[in-house]
Ligand binder design. Sequence first.
Ligand code: AP5
Ligand code: MG
Length: 186
Amino acid sequence: MGPPGAGKGTQAQVVAARYNIPAISTGDIFRKNVSEGTELGLEAKRFMDAGEYVPDSVTNLMVRNRIDEEDAAKGFLLDGYPRTLAQVDELDGMIAFTGHKLDAVVVLAVDSEELVRRLTARAETEGRTDDTEDVIRRRQEVYAEQTEPLIEVYRGHGILLEIDGAGEVDEVTGRIFDALDEIQES
Ligand code: AP5
Ligand code: MG
């Protein structure tokens, strides 16, 4: 978890590689569908371009199908899911069915000025249609309203790892690995 630009996608790749599991990014799956012009992509695009969340019903079904794939059988890392309280409940139901359990929820904390710096820099190179000033602001609001409350939920479950997301990519990775190693030992 973490606000837009916190480094979820960047760190997800490295962490998933370390555990030899797939990194499942709902944002990436939506963007792939948009670029391929699928029905799901068309549905998702209008929400994404406005900085709003895609409806839970659409997102939940997509994740359910993805974690049913063979490569996720021995575990997986979710990037950007769950993001709403309804998604938390839905995920609990999915993994009760597949026999997985959540080992950890990593939340990356980065101050808002740095977030805007990262996303405006990315806008110049990658051209993501939601990396405009207005939409970045809306994505931050939606995160604060709908996703930040999940931090307390997972703290209550005792699986929350709060990581300082500032500094070099490698430094942040080191902090995440250390925190994950600690729960593995305990
Ligand atoms: P999503 O794709 O998840 O976007 P996001 O949450 O806005 O986050 P970003 O991908 O922009 O940032 P990130 O935290 O991954 O950071 P990154 O590593 O890229 O979601 C997009 C949209 O899809 C949503 O708005 C919604 O519409 C929809 N959606 C997705 N999931 C959904 C769900 N569950 N329910 C409903 N709707 C959903 O890093 C950002 C930049 O900073 C990069 O350029 C990177 O190179 C750079 N960077 C990373 N780390 C560092 C560092 N340590 N120092 C300097 N630069 C860094
Ligand atoms: Mg991302």
